[in-house]
Design a protein. Sequence first.
Length: 358
Amino acid sequence: MMALDDLIVVKKIEDPQQVFTGLNGILAESEPFQNWISIYPLGFNTLNCWIQTREAVEGVLELGRFRLIESTRGHEQLQDVLKEEFGVSRINADEYRHQNTQGGGALAGECLLAFPCHGALDRRDLKAGQGFTFFCRLAELFAQLSDSQNSSWPNGGRPLRHAFHVRSEDGFIDRHPLRSQSRLNIDPSDEFYELLVEQDFGWFADRIFYPEDKVLRKLKTALEHFSRAYRSEDKFVRLTASVIAMEAAFYTAEKVSIGNRLSRLVSALCFPPPEQAQAFETMKAIYCKRSKALHGDNVTVSATLAKQSHHFAALAKFQAFKLYSQLSESSAEGEIERRYLKALSDLVSSKGMQPEPR
């Protein structure tokens, strides 16, 4: 209340937006800036969990600022891992026992996703949730590319409905409830992990910690729609969400035939020359099916076409991210959005970069 009095009475600010901005600034300055390690117990939805013969994660896998950690067996083991990976000097043993019990034993019985987070409680929870969601959606993309997609429904295992946050300064552990379980519809196969390492998954995952430019915002939107397709069992939803994901990744301000442009981009960027003609026709068929549905036609989507659309979306999303990576690391001058759109335009007109064979 004193803060409002200071803004309105003393400083005589009348504009509501200026009052809101000023109040936010005062709150930000008054809250302690804290360093946390956010920990999400991570489950893998499997079709045959009763014949699982190995750990979903072995050891500690470094993926940019993220760490995938094999299931720990107690307070000391988790403390050692966090000390080695994040420089946390200690974890409060009493807090660990209490929070692990309240969290259903997930801290000691599941593999963990850990990453640094900063700020007071509300900001921490928001940023940690965004980081976890982005990591999971990106992991789904790599699972699709490595043919490691799995069941959309959990089959056994404990409920995973809490995130844990370890304060770096003193080892205090805070627990935060989740709206949905922290599970991945992914088979933790060798091919999946090899692709994460080979294609520098960590670089892409770390984009969540960087300021958001216009291209990255579009790529995040595309990833959101790709994830919707990934998690759906409905063939029509998979096809339409996949097309929307490709449109978001390959957006343009030009007034052109979107279906033709999208088909050319996907075929040129995602397939080697011998396969481009067939890919172009398949992409046109996918887009045509989606367009008819939007115009109210009664359409039937086959399982084959739904699967092809999601495969195309995965390739397109991956290549769009790689293009963004190349442009981000380049020393070329100019706004990244302008260079990104120019690269896409050059591809449509059969100029510029050549597609990488897959």
